[in-house]
Write a protein that binds this ligand. Structure first.
Ligand code: FAD
Length: 311
C-alpha cells in the first residue's frame, strides 16, 4: 500500500496511466480546487472520470490491484480537500454520467446529474416531490450518499432504487429499505459502494404549481445564504434540538476570520472562501468556532463538510 505522505513515483505514475487510460478519461495531478464548490484543495495524483458503471468498476479493479487508495467524489459541494491534495485515484462521478429520462412517474438519473437539473427536469415533466432539492448544488449520487435535504424534504422520500458498484467491482441494485437512510446518512457511507444510477418515484402534479414552489424556495435561499461566495454549504451538522447557525451566531462568531476563510456575515452556518483561502485556514476556523460554541452554550458541533486529503 502506498504510504500516506509518499508522492507517487514517476515509474508508478507511468504504469498506472497505462492501466487507467483504457478504463476511462484520466487526468494526472489534477487540482482539486477545480472540483470543489469551496474552490480549495491541492492536486489529486490521478482523477478518473468514468462514463458508466462498467468503467467505474474497471477503475476500482485498477486501484485494488495497484494497492492505491480510491476516493469517490461527485460535484464536490460538501467537501473540504486539504492543501496537499489527495493521494491515489480520485474517481469523479460527473457530467459523463448525467443522463436523465422519465418513465411515467419515475425519473432515472445517472449519478453525476446535478440535483438541481433533476429537480427542474421533474418540474418540466409535471412531476412533484423534488421541489425542496432545486437549490442544493450537488450531484444526485452525492445527494443519495448524504441523504441531502432542505425545507422539510429529503432525498430519501423519493428514492426507489439505486444501482451501485461494490468495492469488489460487482454491480448491485439497492431498494430504498436497503439504503437505511437517516439524518444526512445512507448505507453507502459504510459500504463505500459507488452510486451510478438513481431511480426516483415522484407523483403527477401541476407544472406551474411545482415551478412556483421552486421559485419561492430559490428566493428564500438567495436571501439567506451567501451564494455569491465559494463554500461547501452548512459547515456543521444540526445538533439535536438546535440550529448550528444560531449557536455559531450566539457565540459571537459571525464574521470571524482565519486567513481568508470567514464565517459568513449573512448566515453564520456557512464558512466562505473570501479569496484564496487554504484548507488549513478553514480547518483552523472550524476549530475556533467549535471551541467558542462549546464555551458559550456547552454544545459540541460536528462538521457536516467531509474533510479529505493528505494532512
Ligand atoms: P461531494 O461533495 O462530491 O461528496 C460528498 C460525499 O458523497 C463524499 O463522501 C463522496 O465520497 C460521496 N459521493 C459523492 N458522489 C458519490 C457517488 N456517486 N457514489 C458514492 N459516493 C459519492 N446539503 C443539503 O443536504 N441541504 C442543503 O440545503 C444544502 N445546501 C447547500 C448549499 C450550498 C451553497 C452548498 C455549497 C452546499 C449545500 N449542501 C446542502 C451540501 C451539498 O450540496 C450536499 O451534501 C450534496 O448532496 C453533496 O453532493 P456532491 O455531489 O457535491 O457530493
Amino acid at each position: 500500500m502506498q504510504k500516506k505522505n509518499e508522492p507517487v513515483a514517476r515509474e508508478l505514475m507511468d504504469s498506472l496511466f497505462e492501466r487507467l487510460a483504457p478504463c476511462c478519461k484520466v487526468l494526472a495531478q489534477e487540482p482539486m480546487c477545480r472540483h470543489t464548490t469551496f474552490e480549495i484543495g491541492g492536486p489529486a495524483d490521478w482523477m478518473a472520470l468514468p462514463a458508466s458503471a462498467t468503467e467505474a468498476a474497471a477503475v476500482i479493479r485498477v486501484a485494488a490491484e495497484s494497492c492505491l487508495p480510491l476516493t469517490v467524489i461527485g460535484k464536490g459541494s460538501n467537501l473540504l480537500v486539504r492543501d496537499k491534495g489527495v493521494r491515489g485515484i480520485v474517481l469523479k462521478i460527473g457530467e459523463a454520467m448525467a443522463s436523465l429520462h422519465c418513465e411515467g412517474e419515475i425519473i432515472v438519473a445517472g449519478a453525476g446529474a446535478l440535483l438541481s437539473d433533476v429537480a427542474k427536469f421533474a418540474a418540466q415533466s409535471g412531476l412533484t416531490g423534488l421541489e425542496f432539492a432545486v437549490g442544493i448544488p450537488g450531484s444526485i449520487g452525492g445527494a443519495v450518499f448524504m441523504n441531502a435535504g432542505a425545507y422539510d424534504g429529503e432525498i430519501s422520500s423519493v428514492v426507489e432504487q439505486v444501482t451501485a458498484v461494490s468495492p469488489d467491482g460487482t454491480i448491485r441494485e439497492y431498494s430504498a429499505a436497503d439504503i437505511r437512510f437517516g439524518y444526512r446518512h445512507s448505507v453507502f457511507q459504510e459500504n463505500r459502494c459507488i452510486i451510478c444510477e438513481v431511480r426516483l418515484r415522484l407523483r403527477t402534479g401541476e407544472k406551474e404549481a411545482i415551478e412556483a414552489v421552486m421559485a419561492d424556495l430559490t428566493r428564500r435561499r438567495e436571501s439567506k445564504q451567501p451564494l455569491e461566495w465559494p463554500s461547501a454549504g452548512s459547515t456543521f451538522r444540526r445538533p439535536p434540538g438546535y440550529f448550528a447557525g444560531t449557536l455559531v451566531e450566539q457565540a459571537g462568531c459571525k464574521g470571524l476570520r482565519c486567513g481568508n476563510a470567514q464565517v459568513s456575515e449573512k448566515h453564520a452556518g456557512f464558512i466562505i472562501n473570501a479569496g484564496q483561502a487554504s484548507a488549513a485556514d478553514v480547518q483552523e476556523l472550524i476549530r475556533q468556532v467549535q471551541e467558542r460554541v462549546k464555551r458559550h452554550s456547552g454544545v459540541d458541533l460536528w462538521p457536516e463538510v467531509i474533510i479529505l486529503g493528505e494532512e
